[in-house]
Design a protein around this ligand. Structure first.
Ligand SMILES: [Zn+2]
Length: 242
């Protein structure tokens, strides 16, 4: 039996047997881990908090292989306020799904972990638009996974993008000029492109004054979903009805 102690953020939680839950946790040193929380659905269960998504805690895990057992958990910070605001909950859920989709079992990923943690803190503790936080997080994830979005030049001919006529090619995951656009594309408005170009330069605590319209947020989320499918072959369910 191995014992492992690590900070973690709960990405997913599923019912298991009558009283148990299986949780998926993102940790900095061990990547993504899956563990059983035994008896957690009983009224008297002490670790109930650890079965909630968005829970940020210090976990003690025992076992071998892919399925561990939670033997202890101490809450570090509660992000419960995220689920009390619909828009924050939607954006936060998308961030958890993105982190789940790009992380690997037992592979350290300090950048992904600290990015997710900072994004959740921003969602929970500030008035920043949740969709702007999601946008910043997603652009950061594409960058650290080696798929930084090219937001300045056409992915085909290499010329500078003219903000008035930019398209996002859903087959290649590249922005293109109107001349190089072929097949299925998402039209990108000048303002959406401008915000996306500025975001990677900003830290999470510098996003508070960025205002975007619902249309721009929708456009952005459609691009994220298409790029995620293109780069990782996975459909983001949390962004499928934006
Ligand atoms: Zn072009």
């Amino acid at each position: 039996m191995q014992e492992l102690i690590s900070q973690g953020i709960v990405l997913r939680s599923l019912d298991y047997h009558d009283n148990d839950k299986i949780i998926t946790i993102l940790t900095p040193e061990h990547g993504r881990l899956t563990a059983i929380l035994k008896g957690v659905k009983k009224v008297t269960a002490k670790m109930k908090f650890a079965s909630q998504v968005f829970c940020y805690a210090q976990f003690k895990l025992v076992g071998k292989g892919e399925m561990l057992t939670v033997s202890g958990a101490t809450e570090i910070e509660s992000f419960f306020d995220i689920v009390q605001d619909y828009k924050a909950m939607r954006a936060g859920s998308a961030m958890l799904e993105i982190a789940d989709g790009v992380s690997f079992i037992h592979e350290p990923d300090h950048l992904l972990f600290s990015g997710l943690l900072r994004a959740l803190e921003t969602l929970s503790k500030t008035e920043t638009d949740p969709d702007v936080v999601l946008m910043r997080f997603a652009l950061g994830v594409f960058k650290i996974t080696g798929y930084a979005m090219n937001l300045r030049t056409c992915g085909t001919c290499g010329k500078s993008l003219n903000a008035d006529i930019v398209r996002f090619d859903v087959e290649t995951g590249e922005f293109t000029c109107i001349h190089c656009s072929k097949g299925s594309y998402i039209p990108v408005s000048p303002r959406t492109l401008e915000v996306m170009q500025n975001l990677p330069k900003l830290e999470f605590d510098q996003l508070e004054n960025i205002v975007i319209t619902d249309t721009e947020a929708r456009e952005f989320k459609t691009i994220i979903r298409a790029n995620f499918a293109c780069r990782f072959g996975k459909n983001l369910k949390t962004l499928s009805s934006v």
